[in-house]
Structure formats: structure tokens, C-alpha cells
Design a protein around this ligand. Structure first.
Ligand code: THU
Length: 130
């Protein structure tokens, strides 16, 4: 994983608005254009209505006109790096091929790398729709 991608996710985590969970998350996506897009989790008082870091990064990517993800980094706190939640696996899958790597890291340097196929095997996607 490039330092640039990890640094973007780390910086995004610092901007998280998570007063309810106290679990800040930063995500950074590298698109096929080479551009990096970042997002953080944004919670609100109606707890289930918050948005994940990955969703913010994907929205920034699409708004900028990119539609192909080539690499992802997610940074969380905690002893174990947090991997993308189920909903975010599907959100990423819309724009990421099965071999795209997703790096999950925490603040202390522990990280693990999984492919999209690892995260969401036998996934449903645009190809299935008529
Ligand atoms: N969260 C993310 O931002 N991404 C994930 O993939 C997992 C969970 C956020 C949502 C919520 O603000 C906090 O982490 C605790 O669940």
C-alpha cells in the first residue's frame, strides 16, 4: 500500500464526526485516474442515520467523475483494524473488481490486506441485472 493512500485515510479519520460511537474511521480510495478520494464517518443524533467513511469517499469519487476503484485503505482505532462493514463491502463492489485490494489499518501500525473477493465472495453486482 502506498504511503499516500494510507496518509489520506489517516487524515480523513481525524475529521470523523463520531460523538456517539467514539469510533472514528477514515477511508481513502485510489481511482483508475490516479486520483485519491477520502471520507470519514459522519454520525448524528438519530443513530442509524449516520454514514460510513467508505460511503463518503465513494460519494466524493463519483462526484468528481471517477467510477473505477483500484485500491482502498481504511483506518480505524482499536487494537484490531476494522474491515469495511457489510453495507460498505457492497458499496465498494459496485466500483471495484474482485482483485482490488482493501487495506485495513489501525493507529498503531497493525494492518491486514484483503481482496474484494475475500470481503464479498460470490457477490451480486451490476452484471446480474438485465
Ligand atoms: N463505520 C465506518 O465508517 N465504516 C465501516 O466500514 C464500519 C463502521 C463507522 C460507522 C459508525 O460511525 C462507527 O464506525 C461505528 O460503527
Amino acid at each position: 500500500m502506498s504511503d499516500e493512500l494510507l496518509d489520506a485515510a489517516r487524515a480523513a479519520k481525524e475529521r470523523a464526526h463520531c460523538p456517539y460511537s467514539n469510533y472514528p474511521v477514515g477511508a481513502a480510495i485510489r481511482a483508475a485516474s490516479g486520483q485519491i478520494y477520502a471520507g470519514c464517518n459522519v454520525e448524528n443524533a438519530a443513530y442509524p442515520e449516520g454514514t460510513c467513511a467508505e460511503a463518503g469517499a465513494i460519494a466524493a469519487m463519483v462526484l468528481a467523475g471517477d467510477h473505477e476503484i483500484v485500491e482502498v485503505a481504511v483506518v480505524t482505532g482499536g487494537a484490531t483494524p476494522g474491515t469495511p462493514c457489510g453495507g460498505c463491502r457492497q458499496r465498494l463492489r459496485e466500483f471495484a473488481a474482485p482483485d482490488v485490494l482493501v487495506h485495513a489499518a489501525n493507529g498503531t501500525g497493525t494492518s491486514l490486506t484483503l481482496s474484494m473477493a475475500d470481503l464479498l465472495p460470490d457477490s451480486f453486482g451490476p452484471e446480474q441485472l438485465p
